[in-house]
Design a protein around this ligand. Structure first.
Ligand SMILES: [Fe+2]
Ligand SMILES: [Fe+2]
Length: 340
């Protein structure tokens, strides 16, 4: 008798694990570039607690300014606070479909970063307006319109979740990633611009750190797309074109102004929004002017366009910014894949 038992008929094979499944466990590496970005994420990732909170006194701002700044962060959170569940779900999906280890790790690191961005939104919001964004009682006209606009924003934010959940299983990750890419390109430039324009050290530093994270997310997107895009069919390519337009429609709310598609908003939303943003800008938050935002968008779009055209993917028309391209028709809630 040896130490081990091996029956005469041989060892029995365990049944195959039914797929999709997170088992069997494995650590396959196909794209060392992604592994390297993940290691960098560990070193570069920021801790919101290290921001200069000590020098941040909400009472240095008027009540109107506090509400307007809270409003902008509530707007940002429509995007950034959806990051954690969006990427966490993508990470689980990557485990279930046995993506290589660095892909799973990168989704994890984006989830981690987005939690920090979301936490930053929450900390500023609740300091500026205790109970914010929605558990407070608006009194003045400015407060009433801020409160009402936030409810409308979150109504729209809440419209994509089911579509996103279904899309995860239907399309290859590379396809989904094109929508993420629009967000990462645009947000990395947005935050860098805002960190230069913001007057308060807390905002400058928060935007600088978040901008660094977003630039890294963009590198992850590019590395993943480079790896997966060559195998895309024409049908998927057409879908990507549509996704790029959906990214523009969705993200314009924070990066510029909402276009006439997808967004369900009352007529008074935009004029009130402009006034609130103006107040936040004058208080030193660093929000770019609408014209500067449009320029920022054009730059970001030109970058994405160059990237996707390498893979013979056509770019959608963005008539709002005088950008010619393919007409992809109406964008609905089902097209929206949340980003940032
Ligand atoms: Fe991001
Ligand atoms: Fe983010």
């Amino acid at each position: 008798m040896g130490r081990f038992i091996i029956p005469a008929e041989g060892l029995a094979s365990a049944p195959e694990v039914p797929q999709p499944n997170i088992f069997p466990i494995e650590w396959r590496v196909e794209t060392p570039k992604l592994a390297e970005i993940y290691e960098r994420a560990r070193r570069e990732g920021y801790d919101p607690l290290t921001l200069p909170w000590d020098g941040f006194n909400p009472n240095a701002f008027s009540r109107d300014e506090r509400v307007a700044i809270m409003y902008w962060f509530a707007l940002l959170s429509n995007f950034d606070a959806s990051g954690p569940p969006v990427f966490a779900k993508a990470m689980i999906h990557a485990f279930e479909t046995h993506e290589e280890d660095p892909v799973r790790k990168c989704f994890f690191s984006i989830t981690r970063d987005e939690v920090n961005h979301e936490e930053t939104c929450g900390r500023v919001i609740t300091r500026m307006v205790p109970g914010g964004p929605l558990e407070w009682e608006p009194r003045t006209e400015l407060e009433q319109v801020a409160y009402n606009n936030i409810r409308w924003l979150y109504h729209n934010g809440g419209r994509y979740w089911r579509g996103y959940s279904n899309a995860l299983g239907r399309y290859p990750l590379a396809v989904l990633f094109t929508s993420f890419m629009m967000g990462e390109v645009a947000s990395s430039t947005l935050f860098h611009g805002m960190s230069r324009a913001a007057r308060h050290p807390l905002f400058r530093e928060a935007f600088r750190r978040i901008g660094l994270d977003e630039a890294r997310h963009l590198q992850i997107c590019i590395a993943m797309l480079e790896k997966d895009w060559p195998g895309l069919t024409d049908e998927y390519r057409a879908f990507v074109t549509r996704q790029l337009r959906a990214g523009f429609v969705f993200l314009s709310m924070i990066l510029w102004e909402p276009p006439g598609q997808f967004w369900e908003l009352p007529d008074y939303f935009l004029p009130n929004h402009r006034e609130l943003i103006r107040t936040a800008r004058e208080a030193g938050l660093g929000v770019l002017t609408v014209d500067e935002q449009a320029d920022n968008w054009r730059l970001a779009i030109a970058r994405v366009r160059r990237l996707v055209e390498r893979w013979r993917i056509e770019f959608p028309a963005i008539p709002e910014l005088d950008i010619a391209g393919v007409d992809v028709g109406e964008i609905s809630a089902d097209d929206i894949i949340p980003v940032f």
